[in-house]
Write a protein that binds this ligand. Structure first.
Ligand code: URA
Length: 328
């Protein structure tokens, strides 16, 4: 049994290094894990070990990076035991090591108006070999959408299932919430610009022919590869304000040293090479709060809305009393 557990911990450690945040675990496996962990804790004289997910997913222990720390504020971690000895899973690593990416592309936008430059960039990104190698057959590389004259530019994390299918950012459940929030500001998807740090859905190990279940956070390397494409979109649109949605987008834009927890930077103005940057919650976080309780939903949505009120004020937009009172 010990060998099995060590192998399992080794595999989880490997997945964590590859940026995987959740893995599917059957109920039976979960029950076995609980028994093994409880026995180990008893043998070590007690302590706090939580392996109590009632669902079939297990959070891979977070890597000690600022962004992980930021997300941990939002997402209760499920703690697996530390292996007592270094697992002997090293042999399995070469075949499962995270995909190495080439250096990030150098983007030199051509002369021309915004539409011509965007069309050029769109063509480059949609034909980028690395992007194409990372999307599954039948799925799409995703560039930003919206108005090239937008004053406000929203930046999210990475495409999910719906987005990679349609080739458009924020069209799944989180995207529908973001669209409603943009509507509540008196704007529309067509009058703002919406992009992502990543141009492809970060892949997870999936059985041949099966659809990917769940999403994972992009790795540093993946974000670094795609960042020039986001910067190019910013250079084309030249927005007055950028809104970073969630810790990953914020880390991609401000750098990993900028903060430890999202709470340190959320709801505040930052400088993105001369552009005012507001950090807010990711709509997926708000959806998770919806699922938690009415109270946490209202609290989180009000906080996110206050961030957007600051954006509206800074953009010189009119704000009605009704808008000021949302979620109160
Ligand atoms: N979440 C994101 O961050 N981006 C999307 O496009 C969809 C969901």
């Amino acid at each position: 049994m010990r060998k099995i557990v060590e192998t399992l911990v080794g595999e989880l450690t490997r997945l964590k290094a590859a940026g995987v945040k959740t893995v599917a675990v059957s109920d039976d496996a979960m029950a076995s894990l609980r028994r093994v962990v409880a026995a180990r804790v008893r043998a070590q004289g007690g302590g706090t070990v939580r392996v109590a997910a009632p669902t079939s997913t297990v959070a891979v222990p977070a890597a000690p990076s600022p962004i992980q720390a930021g997300r941990s504020v939002e997402e209760p971690p499920l703690v697996l035991p530390e292996p007592s000895a270094k697992p002997r899973a090293a042999k399995a690593e070469p075949e499962a090591a995270p995909l190495r990416l080439p250096p990030p592309p150098e983007v030199r936008l051509p002369e021309g108006d915004k539409a011509a430059r965007w069309a050029w960039l769109n063509d480059v990104v949609l034909h980028d070999r690395v992007c194409l190698e990372n999307v599954r057959p039948g799925k799409k590389v995703v560039l930003g959408v919206g108005s090239l004259e937008a004053a406000i530019f929203f930046v999210g994390e990475a495409p999910g299932a719906e987005e990679e299918l349609r080739g458009e950012p924020f069209v799944g459940p989180a995207g529908q919430l973001l669209t409603r929030m943009i509507g509540a500001m008196g704007l529309s998807r067509e009058t703002v610009y919406i992009g992502n740090i990543m141009n492809w859905r970060p892949p997870l190990p999936t059985a041949p022919g099966a659809e990917q279940r769940g999403n994972r956070e992009p790795t540093e390397e993946e974000m670094a590869y795609c960042l020039p494409y986001l910067r190019a979109q910013l250079a084309i649109v030249q927005p007055r304000i950028v809104v970073a949605l969630g810790a990953t987008a914020t880390r991609g834009l401000l750098g990993k040293a900028a903060f430890k927890t999202l709470g340190e930077v959320r709801g505040r103005w930052h400088d993105l090479q001369g552009i005012p940057l507001m950090v807010s919650y990711h709509p997926s976080y708000l959806l998770r709060k919806e699922a938690e309780s009415k109270l946490s939903e209202r609290k989180a949505k009000r906080a996110a809305w206050e961030d957007l009120l600051k954006v509206m004020e800074r953009a010189g937009m009119p704000i009605s009393d009704k808008q000021r009172a949302y979620f109160l």
